[in-house]
Design a protein around this ligand. Structure first.
Ligand SMILES: Nc1ncnc2c1ncn2[C@@H]1O[C@H](COP(=O)(O)OP(=O)(O)OP(=O)(O)O)[C@@H](O)[C@H]1O
Ligand SMILES: [Mg+2]
Length: 261
């Protein structure tokens, strides 16, 4: 059975997509069979892996609306073991469908669509949009666990209570097995006191919810790193584009922490 992990935070620009793409690629580099699902109409995960609109006809919108089976939209990426279910701006239309009352148990729509592929992949990683709307609720309802990237900047913990209470509501209702896999500090800069303060706050409040590699006292922190910012324009995850960069090493540690190596 696949381990289904989503990356969520309704705050924009905190590193969700970067984390989804690089975690997926690192797990694949470790020999795992991985599907990355782009559930954001912005389709940044799809673009980050080098796909442009003309490269694919169907996307996750067609799956959610029942026009296509998920197996029929999956694309192989240039990374061995990594496939993607792409997105497209057309996915915004799904919110309208959700409001139309034509779909029963709409929160569980994505989960139902994934049932046919759960035996195929070791990991399914889902990138979500910067909102706590119907798409994110569907993503959280379909997942076993959630990774919450926290940008090490001012307002970092803003909105976190709302996200955690949404998760708790889903745990009590339609997805009892959903767990918070961990908080991931992103865009950390050791030159910046605010960054250090956010990390200290996280260590203070959520120590056991940060990612650790076995035997290592320090938690996994993603640094602010120019290679991370550059790599999407080359259509590659940083773990492929600049393998020895600090950003790449940090994302590989995240995969190691998840694999328990
Ligand atoms: N560690 C990092 N160092 C430098 N730049 C980064 C880092 N992480 C992400 N970025 C850049 O910051 C921007 C936002 O990152 P990303 O797209 O991953 O955030 P997001 O949470 O998915 O955003 P959105 O909420 O819009 O979906 C991107 O341009 C990305 O390349
Ligand atoms: Mg994103």
């Amino acid at each position: 059975m696949s381990d289904i992990i989503c990356i969520a935070n309704q705050k924009g620009g905190v590193g969700k997509t970067t984390t989804a793409v690089n975690l997926s690629a690192s797990l694949a580099q470790n020999g795992k069979k991985v599907l990355l699902i782009d559930a954001d109409p912005q389709s940044n995960a799809t673009t980050s892996l080098g796909f442009s609109r003309g490269d694919y006809e169907f996307n996750i919108y067609h799956v959610l609306t029942g026009m296509k089976d998920i197996k029929d939209i999956i694309l192989k990426t240039s990374i061995d073991g990594l496939s993607i279910a792409p997105s497209n701006i057309g996915l915004v239309g799904i919110e309208k469908e959700f409001h139309s009352n034509k779909i029963e148990e709409k929160e569980l729509l994505l989960k139902r669509k994934l049932s046919s592929i759960k035996e195929i992949y070791d990991f399914i990683i889902i990138d979500s949009p910067p909102a706590l709307g119907s798409i994110t609720i569907n993503v959280l309802s379909a997942s076993d666990s959630v990774i919450i990237p926290i940008q090490c900047e001012f307002f970092a913990l803003d909105g976190l209570a709302q996200l955690l209470s949404t998760i708790s509501m889903l745990q009590k209702t339609i997805n009892p097995k959903l767990s918070v896999r961990g908080f991931l500090p992103t865009m950390y800069s050791n030159q910046n006191n605010l960054s250090k303060q956010v990390l200290e706050d996280l260590e203070h409040h959520f120590r056991n919810k940060l990612f650790h590699i076995d035997g290592d006292d320090e938690c996994v922190v993603i640094p602010r790193n120019v290679k991370i910012a550059e790599s999407p324009s080359f259509g590659q995850p940083v773990v492929n584009y600049a393998t020895t960069s600090k950003g790449s090493i940090a994302y590989k540690s995240l995969a190691d922490a998840i694999l328990g190596v």
